[in-house]
Design a protein around this ligand. Structure first.
Ligand code: 0O2
Length: 221
């Protein structure tokens, strides 16, 4: 009957969402391990904070509708890549790349896409390193690959992005031009702060305390 169908759809959806939650948990654990290892073994921790979020069913369906797609599990799986999101805020720009490299060099992490908005900031001033990754989740009877959107940025970039997001949300598509200009300018200030803090840090913590790729830091005491 109809109520049986509904119950089945609900159960399927719960299971579908659960897989994303598990994928997100796997990535969060990987980051916690790096964080703890750094705290115990090195004199500083490159990760300031980590935030995970699961897209709500409403917001998934809204995005599917907006794109004119079928609300099927297949369409969602193939098109909505940010159901599971993990955001990592690091102290310095160099840490962003180092943490990213440590994560993606793990053999069970597959990179589907990278968007480097630090190297190539968005016109509005947005900076972050985005990686779409896939991790295996071990269920009771099978292994499922789960896509997780990873966003890494400095605390300064994070501060800027959270205010910009609030302003954008408040004004929707019609943020006053004057505010947009001020936001762009604030993004420049944040980038400048990152650069200055990075330079200061380099003077006190020469080499990166981890398995980093060769950086421009070898000759710094
Ligand atoms: P929310 O509310 O954070 O989830 P898509 O995700 O496919 O629609 P795209 O362009 O393929 O978009 O992905 P992209 O550029 O990697 O951006 C995805 C996410 O990055 C966004 O998710 C935001 O979280 C963040 N982001 C991207 N651009 C900006 C920006 O200009 N300002 C801020 N504050 N965040 C940004 P959502 O779903 O849009 O938002």
């Amino acid at each position: 009957g109809a109520s049986g169908d509904l119950a089945r759809v609900r159960a399927d959806f719960t299971r579908f969402m659960m897989e994303y939650k598990f994928g997100m948990d796997e990535v969060e654990t990987k980051i916690s391990i790096l964080q703890e290892e750094f705290t115990h073994l090195h004199d500083y921790n490159p990760i300031e904070h980590v935030l995970t979020r699961l897209k709500t069913p409403e917001s998934i369906l809204e995005k599917i509708r907006r794109r004119g797609l079928d609300p099927s599990f297949e369409a969602i799986r193939d098109n909505i890549t940010d159901i599971a999101g993990v955001r990592v805020a690091c102290s310095f720009v160099r840490d962003v790349y180092n943490v990213y490299d440590m994560l993606i060099s793990q053999p069970d992490v597959e990179v589907l896409q990278v968007k480097d908005y630090i190297d190539n900031p968005k016109p509005n001033g947005y900076r972050s390193l985005h990686g779409l990754i896939r991790v295996p989740v071990h269920l009771s009877d099978r292994i499922v690959p789960v896509t997780v959107e990873l966003q890494l940025r400095t605390v300064a970039m994070d501060f800027w992005a959270s205010l910009e997001h609030k302003i954008y949300y408040k004004y929707r598509d019609s943020v006053p031009e004057d505010l947009l200009v001020q936001l762009q300018d604030a993004a420049k200030t944040a980038a400048d702060l990152d650069e200055r803090m990075g330079a200061l840090h380099l003077q006190t913590h020469g080499e990166f305390a981890g398995p980093s790729p060769a950086g421009p830091t070898d000759d710094v005491v």
